[in-house]
Design a protein around this ligand. Structure first.
Ligand code: UDP
Length: 360
């Protein structure tokens, strides 16, 4: 049965404009949600920092100072709100216009929207996009979990478990717009590494494994931490030529689909890893540390290999065994598990539970 048409406000991350790459996988997730929900007839408004661009999505842009990213702060860092905070301005806008919406969906991993939940008349749902990183955020999430059942969503169970209240989360996974990714049956010799270039992504391990395996590595992604990148380039001079920049999806998949495997080396509990399902959509197997989201995505021996965390020789072994995997099985997994329509239905179900509970 189709869901009633809803008016939804999607509030983006305040760490960067959409399209900048600073938001990481949230940017793709938000785009996919917009596409899927509008295709179902819902009326979607996206609120995001000034300078945002996301395909042809109309965006209400909000000016103000960007928020520091949570993963660059310590566990016990107090809440930070810069003066003229874009986060504050976005939620001020949401409050002023709340009666135009059936539901407000927060995609920011920031304390303020969680704190504000109880002060809104329109229900606020929170799609949490990272694992536990700070005590203050954990406390804010716990408060919502206890006071507002069903309001929390996460990508994966593994991610939700980091907060100690996993059962309070709706597990919603992610999706790819399959039409944008072309299957490639005959890859070259190179491996791919995709993501924000930032210490929690562990690029040095992929560089080391590729060096030992004597395979070229193609690095794509937002250069987030320049000092870290300089250190990597000194340690692995080949990194300079391996880095192809932060590419839009159609260019990203042109490079990715010709690679033998995607290598994922997270040092943190990866919430999901949109890059994993983008690889699968191209028929590219995924070699990943057994840590966080990839453990729920990769089917070892079928669509990739899971490797003991932080164990470079394990990556090298997996690279040696990559050609035994059937690339058709990878594309097939993307089609069956990560379609836009399935993602949309999961979110619609979650939204209906919240909206119905609110009006009961
Ligand atoms: N990405 C991109 N261009 C690039 C490299 C990566 O657009 O050159 C995007 C990729 O499509 C993915 C995101 O960067 O959506 C990384 O998200 P992921 O969920 O893997 O990790 P996060 O940054 O959220 O931790």
């Amino acid at each position: 049965m189709p869901f009633p048409t809803r008016r939804l406000l999607l509030v983006s991350t305040p760490v960067g404009p959409l399209g900048s790459g600073l938001g990481g996988g949230v940017e793709l997730t938000l785009l996919n949600l917009y596409k899927g929900l509008t295709a179902q007839g819902h009326h979607i408004t996206v609120l995001a920092p000034e300078g945002s661009h996301l395909g042809d999505v109309p965006i209400v842009e909000i000016a103000g100072q960007l928020q520091p990213t949570a993963h660059t702060q310590g566990r016990d860092t107090p809440i930070v709100l810069p003066s003229n905070s874009v986060l504050g301005q976005m939620w001020c806008h949401a409050r002023q216009h709340q009666d135009q919406y059936d539901l407000i969906v927060n995609l920011a991993y920031d304390w303020l929207p969680f704190y504000l939940t109880e002060f809104f008349a329109t229900p606020v749902a929170h799609f949490v996009t990272m694992g536990s990183l700070s005590d203050a955020m954990d406390a804010a999430i716990h408060r919502v979990a206890h006071r507002f059942p069903h309001r929390l969503g996460a990508y994966t169970r593994t991610q939700a478990e980091t907060f100690g209240v996993a059962d309070a989360f709706e597990i919603l996974s992610s999706a790819v717009d399959l039409d944008l990714y072309q299957f490639c049956p005959t890859p070259g010799n190179a491996l791919a590494w995709l993501g924000r270039i930032s210490p929690e992504k562990g690029l040095e391990d992929a560089l080391e494994a590729a060096t030992i395996a004597q395979a070229p590595l193609k690095i794509l992604g937002k250069l987030e931490d320049a000092d870290y990148w300089q250190q990597l380039c000194q340690r692995f001079p080949s990194a300079v030529d391996s880095y192809l920049g932060f590419l839009p999806t159609h260019e990203l998949q042109q490079v990715l689909r010709q690679c033998r495997a995607l290598v994922m080396t997270p040092r943190w509990v990866e919430a999901f890893g949109n890059v994993a399902i983008e690889a699968l959509a191209c028929g590219v197997p995924v070699i990943a540390y057994q840590r966080g989201g990839p453990t729920e995505i990769v089917q070892p021996g079928k669509t990739g290999w899971l490797v003991a965390p932080d164990h470079v020789p394990g990556l090298v072994d997996a690279i040696a065994n990559i050609d035994s995997l059937d690339r058709h099985a990878c594309r097939h997994q993307a089609e069956t598990d990560y379609s836009l329509s399935a993602l949309t239905t999961r979110f619609e179900c979650w939204f209906e539970t919240i909206i119905t509970a609110q009006s009961a």
